[in-house]
Design a protein around this ligand. Structure first.
Ligand code: ANZ
Ligand code: ZN
Length: 835
């Protein structure tokens, strides 16, 4: 019988679906430590369908969940769709199709594709963030944020993508460009809804220590939050114009402050600037306003600035120092003003050199005529700090400042509040109403969901208002507070809103009275394992932590962190072929002329094989549908897990996939042999027990590739025997079940069992059989057997030599003689030759 994976796979997928084999239920009899919540990052249902990267993480969690269930755990493993977002809306603009139509069509396709891989999701819990019975609760959480003062309206300069025609959060700007479309981001003053994530900065930072996440992601979050400690120092302005407060991490360098710099937007600029300098200052401000923060800080190597004509007094030594403005000072950080210490800060040093400002060394160790010295050393030219090191001087100076009422210890964070409104259509409407009499009024909870209305045109207006603003009948409403005429908020929420809490809705997807029942939360939360790509390090993963903490403070969830353990799957890359000049050749124009040698078909030019991202233009995109159709879901699943460690990036190789497919085919043919109930040879029994042991521990630690390698060893060993032994194949099929569940179910049935293998207990092994058997090795001295020792049959030559030389009987015999050589015949004997 051939391995007919198509009919086998559809048969078992139908069986699991009909029988709801993987339904998760809250059984109070199952103790807390026997429950697991295993979560995948749900996909955005793009028009392109599933990518080979999706099944990588999904297969990993599926194997793990199936393993846990067989080990007797209650497992929650849901799937859904992150279905609000720009691509559907852009497609609607192009074609006039309502985004709900394309989105739901894409969801259908994604669901089918995901199901065709045989994942053990509890599909009764599926959620889609664009459905009103879901976003009703996203809106509800927004209202809670609003009530707690964590959502506020402000007109601030924000990142504006001219191509997407919407505002963006800082997290959505990558190297000055829109994360989504790559357009250069501009600054724009817009009325916005903003979430006060900064109120949680310290907890978001501290609690990173509580979770088991990859260090790289933890570091990225810490850096993004960017906690810095130092002091605010107040400098009196000349002529009694008040005072200028700066933030510095180095108050110890105060004696070296030779000038000050304000951000061009600083509110005191107009007042400090003298008439003589006003023209130049205003010109400079105008130019700076056109630049993005990135251009102002990282990119600009050449420092620019102008003198305001004003002076301040350095509070430690009474010296008069000039006040400048420059765009390398950001208004949004610290106090928007600095004291410049050119001897010990490189940016200040460059500025001072360019504008010929004094450089005063206050800390020894470098040569400040060449560059700023930022290391530690002993203070000089610093009065009461002289002779102190950096840390001591910092605290002395802070005490001095606090004593004199000239400053105080201060903490700053790089994290900015989250610009939360989007001027786009395909998102959750923000449930607020603007009333002339009452101001901003929340839509009452019992009126949620506030449904996204139909519009004629999805195109952004470009005026900074969403397309919703054009629907008068929707915009005009009555104030829930006074009943008078009012207008609805027309901005929508960003893509990230729905994914901030979806893992909670899975717990209780049909609840109509609460966003999630507390009993469900208590049963399952927190998420024990979360698997997905690393690209969400500071977006989704930071936003979700923030919302979760707010919900925790509201008392509606039981933990202050949502995701206890996080694993990032590596990227599945592809091979690409490169000419000498490093340009890449589309895969269909490449010919393989020998092992690992490639030429360009047309020209015969030799090509080098390199690893690259899959891309349409290189024609190296692998479509999961084709793979499943031609080799089966089990082959696809096993191959993606066999490619290498889950966390590593690895190139796709269809040859490798075929290898895995052959392995499954071989197993199938093994099971075609006469099935016997005889006692199998002891060596095979050992291999079985070693396999169960290895697959158990490797699956538990997510080392799927090495588990599969061991299963291959098992099948190869069994293939050498004439028959298939029932006592070997039954437990092995159960070991295989999490990995290649369709084949395992089919084989289980062929072994004479009723379905289904997926619900069988995980096979156990005998530790005695896992150990290699002991053998007897003779130890000779000059060819005469003197001792015998028992060692494991897989003992290495070195270990054997050592064991022989340390044997007391041998030590006694060779004492005082010199060892000429030691001959080791592995598994048999050791001969010590002495003189
Ligand atoms: C004097 C000084 C001397 C500084 C020295 C550094 C070294 P972090 O660590 O990132 O928090 N700074 C303060 N506000 C700024 C702003 N709005 N725009 C640009 N730069 C600003 O950096 C804090 C340091 O960055 C502060 O300490 C200040 O320069 C500068 F040897 O003050 B420092
Ligand atoms: Zn009102």
């Amino acid at each position: 019988m051939d391995y007919d994976f198509r009919s086998i796979e559809s048969k078992w997928q139908a069986y699991w679906e009909e029988n709801k084999t993987f339904k998760a239920e809250e059984d109070p009899a199952i103790p807390r430590d026997k429950r697991r919540y295993v979560l995948d990052m749900f996909p955005y249902p793009s028009g392109a369908g599933l990518h080979v990267g999706h099944p990588e993480g999904y297969t990993a969690t599926d194997i793990y969940c199936r393993f846990l269930r067989m080990k007797g755990y209650a497992v929650l493993h849901p799937m859904g769709f992150d279905s609000f977002g720009l691509p559907a809306e852009n497609y609607a603009i192009k074609t006039g199709t309502h985004p709900v139509v394309t989105t739901e069509r894409n969801i259908e396709r994604f669901r089918e594709q995901i199901k065709s891989l045989g994942f053990s999701y509890d599909w009764d819990r599926e959620v889609s963030t664009h459905k009103s019975d879901y976003y009703r609760w996203t809106q509800w959480i927004f209202l809670k944020l609003f009530e707690k003062g964590l959502a506020y309206e402000a007109e601030t300069p924000i990142n504006w993508c001219p191509s997407c025609q919407t505002g963006l959060a800082n997290e959505e700007v990558k190297e000055g460009r829109c994360e989504r479309c790559g357009a250069q981001v501009e600054r724009r003053n817009l009325r916005q809804w903003i979430l006060r994530i900064t109120a949680y900065a310290e907890r978001l930072l501290q609690d990173i220590d509580k979770v088991e996440w990859p260090e790289a992601i933890k570091a990225m979050q810490r850096n993004w939050i960017g906690k810095s400690t130092g002091a605010n120092v107040s400098f009196p302005l000349e002529d009694g114009k008040g005072e200028l407060v700066v933030y510095t991490t180095r108050p110890d360098t105060l004696f070296g402050a030779t000038y000050m710099v304000l951000a061009p937007e600083h509110p005191l600029v107009a007042e400090i600037t003298t008439e003589e300098h006003r023209g130049a200052v205003e010109d400079y401000i105008r130019q700076a306003s056109l630049k993005s923060d990135l251009e102002r800080t990282e990119l600009s190597k050449d420092k620019t600035g102008v003198f305001t004509g004003g002076y301040a007094i350095n509070p430690v030594n009474g010296k008069k120092i000039p006040v400048w403005i420059s765009d390398y000072i950001l208004i949004s950080y610290g106090t928007g003003a600095i004291m410049a210490v050119p001897a010990h800060d490189q940016r200040d040093w460059e500025f001072a050199v360019k504008f010929d400002l004094p450089i005063v060394e206050v800390l020894q160790g470098g040569d400040v005529s060449v560059e700023a010295y930022t290391g530690d050393g002993l203070h000089v030219n610093s009065d009461f700090l002289d002779g102190m090191g950096k840390e001591e001087a910092i605290s002395s100076m802070i005490s001095w400042l606090e004593d004199k009422g000239r400053g105080e210890k201060t903490t700053n964070y790089k994290l900015r509040d989250w610009v939360f409104s989007r001027q786009r259509y395909w998102g959750e409407p923000i449930p607020l109403v603007h009333c002339e009499k009452c101001g901003v009024v929340p839509v009452p909870e019992d009126q949620l969901p506030l449904v996204l209305p139909e519009v004629e045109s999805y195109a952004p207006t470009g005026t900074g208002e969403s397309p919703l603003a054009a629907i008068d009948s929707w915009v005009n409403t009555t104030c829930p507070c006074c009943g008078g005429p009012a207008k609805r908020e027309t901005n929508t929420m960003p893509q990230w809103a729905g994914s901030c809490w979806y893992y909670l809705r899975y717990l209780d997807p049909d609840n109509e009275s609460e966003f999630v029942g507390r009993d469900k939360v208590d049963y399952w939360m927190p998420v024990d394992l979360y698997v997905g790509g690393a690209e969400h390090a500071v977006l989704h993963l930071l936003y979700a932590r923030f919302w979760h903490k707010v919900l925790f403070d509201l008392g509606v969830v039981n933990t202050d962190e949502p995701f206890q353990r996080l694993v990032n799957q590596g990227m599945i890359t592809s091979f690409a072929y490169q000419r000498k000049d490093k340009s890449l050749v589309p895969t269909d124009e490449v010919e393989e002329t020998g092992p690992d040698t490639f030429v360009e078909k047309d020209t015969g030019e030799p090509l080098e094989r390199v690893v690259a991202k899959m891309s349409k233009s290189l024609k190296n995109v692998i479509n999961p549908d084709d793979i499943i159709e031609n080799y089966g879901a089990d082959s696809m699943r096993m191959y993606e897990m066999f490619m290498g460690p889950l966390q590593m990036s690895k190139p796709w190789s269809t040859q490798g996939l075929i290898g895995v497919h052959r392995f499954l085919d071989r197993l199938w043919r093994l099971m075609d042999r006469p099935l016997v109930d005889d006692e199998p040879p002891v060596e095979l029994t050992r291999v079985l027990h070693q396999t169960i042991a290895k697959v158990s521990s490797d699956t538990d630690s997510l080392n799927f590739n090495t588990a599969i390698a061991q299963m291959m060893v098992f099948v190869n060993e069994c293939f050498k025997a004439e028959a298939a032994y029932r006592s070997l194949m039954e437990p092995f099929v159960l070991c295989l079940c999490p990995y290649a569940p369709h084949m395992a179910e089919e084989l289980w049935e062929r072994l004479g069992h009723k379905p289904c293998a997926s619900l069988q207990p995980w096979p156990s092994y005998d530790p005695e059989l896992v150990k290699e058997p002991e053998i007897t090795v003779a130890i000779q001295v000059n060819g005469k057997v003197r001792e015998k020792i028992q060692v494991s049959s897989d003992v290495s030559e070195d270990e054997l030599r050592k064991a022989a030389m340390e044997h007391p009987g041998i030590v006694g015999r060779i004492e005082g003689k010199s060892v000429v050589k030691v001959i080791v015949v592995p598994g048999r004997l050791v001969n010590v030759v002495v003189k």
